[in-house]
Structures are given as C-alpha cells and as structure tokens.
Design a protein around this ligand. Structure first.
Ligand code: NAD
Ligand code: IPM
Ligand code: MN
Length: 357
C-alpha cells in the first residue's frame, strides 16, 4: 500500500480545534477505504511559533514540508500579537507562492439542513466553484512607502498580472467548466474602472474561450457580480476571478449558503511539482477561539478535497456524503454548531461525521 505523507499545520485560534476533527474524518475514511495516510504535525506557521522564535517559520521550512504529498492546514493569524500582514506573508502566502499553488479552488454549495439567509433557496440552488488566482494580481509585493512621516507621504502597491499567470488560471477554470453539466463560466472583472490590468484580463478570457466552444461564458464587473451572488446564486457554475476578487467572492458565496465555516479550499499546484495545501476558507476566528464551538465542516470538507487530490475520489465523495448525511437531519436533530443555529460543540459535530463514515 502506498503511504501518503501529510504535513499537518493547525496554525492559530480555531485552527487548533477544527484540524483534529478533520483528522478524525480522514482517519475514518482511511480505515474504510484502506488508505495509508501518515500525519506529520508541525508547530510552525503560527503566531505561537512567532512569539518563541521571532519569525513565523524556521529557515528550513521548505525542506521540512516540501517533500510531503499534501499539506493539511487550519488557519493562521492572531492580530492581537502579530500584525496580520506579518503572520500571513510569513506563512500561508509564502506557501502559496513558493509552492506555486496558483489555483485556489473554492466550492460553494447549499447543503441540506442548513438554512440559507436568502429566502426560498433550497439545496441544489447554490452549487458552484470559485476559481481564484492565487499567486499574483492584487496580492503583490511590488510597492513602497515614500516620504514617510511627512505630509508628502505616499504608499503604493502595484497589481501584477502576467500572461502566464492569467492564462493558467483561466485554463484551469475553463477545463473545470467543460467537465460540469452546465458548462458555464463567469469571469469577474472591473475593466470599466481598472483600466489596464482588467481589460487585459478580459482580453485573455476572450482568447481562452475560443478553445472551449462548448463552454458558455459571461463576465460581470465585480460590483454587480456581488449583487448577483445574492440575488441569483443559482445562475453560477464556475466563477473565475483574480486574487482579491476571488477572495471576496469566496466569503460571499459561502455566506449565502448559511455560514462561511463550511467552505473548504484547495490551494493547488496542478503540475504536482510541489505539495498542494488544503485549508478552510475561514480564518482563526479569535472571537470564538477556545470555546469549542467552531464549525469543523470546512476543515473536514478540505479532507475530502485532499483525498480526491491524492487519487481517492471515492473516499473523498464518501466524506462529503457523510457531511451531507449528518446535516440533512436538519435543525433540532443534527448536531449543528452555533453558526448554523444549533448548540453542538466542534467535537459533537466532528464525531457525528466520522461516525457517519
Ligand atoms: P475569520 O474567518 O477568522 O472570522 C470571521 C467570522 O466568522 C468570525 O465571527 C468567526 O467567529 C466566524 N467563523 C470563522 N470560522 C468559523 C467556524 N469554523 N465556525 C464558526 N464561526 C466561524 O475572519 P477574520 O475575523 O477576518 O480573521 C481572523 C484572523 O484570521 C485574522 O488574523 C485573519 O488574517 C486570519 N485569516 C486567516 C485565514 C487563513 O488562514 N486562511 C483566512 C481568513 C482570515
Ligand atoms: C483566505 C484569506 C487570506 C487571503 C488572508 C488570510 C491573507 O482571507 O485564504 O481567503 O486573503 O487569501
Ligand atoms: Mn479570504
């Protein structure tokens, strides 16, 4: 049996509470499907590590996790002790860039038994993917601060869109759309206001679409697109977006499905030159950390995506089916955490899903 080495990084806050539930589900799936997973836990990429060492990760972090088959990640950030840009650029954003995880795949699905804040929406009505560019765009390190502390002070940060970077994320998104029954792709743009990079993005979308004659596609400026997410979430299938727009859409989409806490994400290096990283969309949630009430579903669903990535599609589907089965009992019956309107603990819900497997 092939052994798969998984680097486990819980990070900060509720990362430390939801990761064990993700591992519980992965253990159950591994037993059921005869998969050999070896978990290696690391304490770096956390603000606790920063407090001890003055940096987020050891200098040899890449050697220590670069040879793993995947990274199972919780959340990072503790703004009371470390500024967010320091903790995030010192950990998660480094992984994304240095492991060239240029695809951030974020499914968004209204699950049975979880009430949507949108009126009259039922499971099936919301079921799409946000495909977020993950290594360039608005998240750039090109910029600076000048005339610091004077009235002439200037700060600027450039957006960077490379042809290679744009084309490869568009190709991933069109390929995905082509495999979906609806074969529909929406591009997020803002080419009316952002007059250099976004018209370029549109141009590349149009060029890429020519290779996918069977995929119907459209584009919306990001402002009205957020409105359509709320008013007509049923019309979306695959939504491709730049780094920042994708970040925003991938919180808004899951919010329309009842809670951001169920949403997973896969930070993928499709060429498999580096490990891909699986983490929930949500953060470390300092407001509820330590209370044992964080919703573990985003983390558990990440486990499903990781299994699929490792070649175990059936096991991944079983984890997702277990989540759906537990939720389907509905409010009053399912062990729902407070963000879904229930009173269950992180562990109650995690155990119920592992048992359902
Ligand atoms: P957040 O996602 O941590 O929390 C936003 C809100 O959602 C909070 O009210 C929180 O309680 C709730 N929430 C989040 N996850 C939940 C869960 N699993 N169950 C129940 N409720 C949940 O976003 P934030 O408050 O903007 O950020 C907090 C910290 O996390 C910051 O340091 C931020 O930079 C960091 N962050 C990290 C990641 C990541 O590691 N991928 C993602 C987002 C934010
Ligand atoms: C996410 C997060 C990160 C991002 C932050 C924490 C840097 O919000 O994974 O969505 O903006 O990419
Ligand atoms: Mn985000």
């Amino acid at each position: 049996m092939t052994q798969h080495r998984i680097a486990v990084i819980a990070g900060d806050g509720i990362g430390k509470e939801v990761v064990p539930e993700g591992l519980r589900a992965l253990d159950a799936a591994a037993r059921k499907f005869g998969i050999d997973l070896r978990f290696d836990e690391f304490d770096f990429a956390s603000c606790d590590y920063y407090a001890k060492h003055g940096q987020m990760m050891p200098d040899d972090w890449k050697d220590r996790i670069g040879g793993h088959d995947a990274i199972f990640f919780g959340a990072v950030g503790w703004p009371d002790t470390v500024p967010d840009h320091v903790s995030l650029w010192g950990s998660l954003l480094k992984f994304r860039r240095e492991f060239d995880q240029y695809v951030n795949l974020r499914p968004c699905r209204l699950m049975p038994g979880v009430p949507s804040p949108l009126a009259n929406r039922k499971p099936g009505d919301i079921d799409f993917y946000v495909v977020r560019e993950n290594t360039e765009g608005e998240y750039s390190s090109v910029g600076g601060r000048m005339y610091e502390g004077t009235e002439r002070e200037i700060v600027f940060q450039e957006s960077v869109f490379s042809r290679k970077g744009v084309d490869r994320i568009l190709k991933f998104a069109f390929d995905l759309a082509q495999r979906r029954p609806k074969k529909h792709l929406t591009s997020a743009t803002k080419s009316n206001g952002i007059s250099i990079t976004m018209p370029y993005w549109d141009e590349r979308v149009e060029a890429m679409a020519k290779s996918y004659p069977d995929v119907h596609w459209d584009k919306f400026h990001i402002d009205i697109l957020t409105a359509h997410f709320v008013r007509h979430p049923d019309r979306f299938d695959v939504v491709v977006a730049s780094n920042l727009f994708g970040d925003i859409l991938s919180d808004l989409g899951p919010a329309c499905t009842g809670t951001i806490a169920i949403a997973p994400s896969a930070n993928i290096n499709p060429e498999r030159l580096y490990p891909s990283l699986f983490e929930p969309v949500h953060g470390s949630a300092p407001d509820i950390a330590g209370k044992g009430i964080a919703n573990p579903i985003g983390q558990i669903w990440c486990g499903a995506m990781m299994l699929e990535h490792l070649g175990y599609a059936e096991a991944g589907a079983a984890v997702l089916a277990a989540i759906e089965k537990v939720l389907a009992a509905g409010p009053g019956h399912a062990p729902l955490t407070p963000d879904m309107g229930g009173k269950a603990s992180t562990q109650d819900l995690g155990k119920a899903i592992a048992d359902a497997l």
